[in-house]
Ligand binder design. Structure first.
Ligand code: PAF
Length: 269
């Protein structure tokens, strides 16, 4: 695996690969990321990944400084998965000057996650656009765990006519249902035991055993501080209208100091 730190080195190395699928990450890789890499490998002859903790998508009070950075372990995992090229720029490479040109996502970015993380999707869209421009992959793989992120990235690629196919990967879960996330490492033993409740409640809403409002109350009763738990339309994440069949239940909630997000899709009828 070739590790490149600069955009010039990336462009020179990238020229050796005709077909390239790309997996952008913020590092601290787990089995969920490796599943994205495997999907990328099935879709193209070569795989590139990036490791970059993007300050632009963190609010000042969030965990940018403490976000787990495990670069040596990440390299070993990516190499073992057959990744050919790893782009791991410093901030000074990707943001050599203040990034004053920003991608302004559509109003849906101000709902759900965006209501609680106001500039999050602006930061995500901006860095994803930059990474796609740098790596120039034919395919890029994003996980459905970050469902709204996937929706916004797809919209950006479509509306800016970016020459890349966005491929969605299913969420990878622990045996008890907890969605894999780098932030799971912040959970105490007791919180880790409690954490699967979020997925259980989403499944109960999916299966019609619980309403979204009831699931919110159940989270509160179990000591969580929920930001939202809502049923939305898969296609545009708008609130569902009569006759809509392809829906998704999305939630974000804090367990102690750790904020977890998850979602499950459902088809009515
Ligand atoms: O999903 C993530 O890990 C990040 O939001 C991404 C897409 C790598 C952009 O920083």
């Amino acid at each position: 695996m070739r590790v490149v730190r600069s955009i010039d080195a990336l462009r020179a190395a990238r020229a050796a690969f005709r077909e390239l699928a790309f997996v952008p990450t913020m590092g601290n890789l787990h089995a969920g990321h490796l599943a994205l890499v495997r999907i990328a490998r099935q879709r193209a002859a070569h795989v590139a990944a990036s490791v970059f903790v993007n300050r632009l998508q963190f609010a000042p009070h969030e965990d940018f400084e403490h976000y787990p950075r495990t670069f040596a372990a990440d390299c070993a995992l990516l190499e073992a998965e057959g990744v050919a090229l790893l782009f791991a720029p410093d901030e000074s490479v990707l943001y050599p000057e203040p990034q004053t040109f920003l991608v302004e996502p559509p109003p849906i970015a101000n709902q759900l996650e965006g209501q609680f993380r106001p500039h999050f999707f602006e930061g995500v869209a901006t860095v994803v656009l930059k990474l796609l421009n740098c790596v120039q992959p034919g395919i890029a793989v994003f996980g459905k765990k970050d469902y709204q992120q996937l929706h916004i990235v797809r919209g950006m690629v479509r509306q800016f006519d970016l020459p890349v196919e966005i491929v969605a990967a299913e969420t990878v879960r622990e045996p008890d249902g907890l969605a894999l996330s780098s932030r799971n490492g912040y959970l105490s033993t007791a919180e880790r035991a409690e954490a699967p409740r979020l997925h259980r409640l989403l499944c109960a809403v999916r299966d019609g055993l619980e309403t979204a409002a009831g699931a919110l109350v159940a989270l509160g009763a179990a000591g969580w501080k929920a930001d939202y738990l809502e049923l939305r339309r898969q296609s545009d994440l708008a609130p569902p209208q009569a006759g809509d069949r392809d829906l998704v239940v999305l939630a974000a909630a804090r367990l102690g100091a750790t904020r977890l997000i998850d979602n499950v899709e459902l088809q009515l009828g």
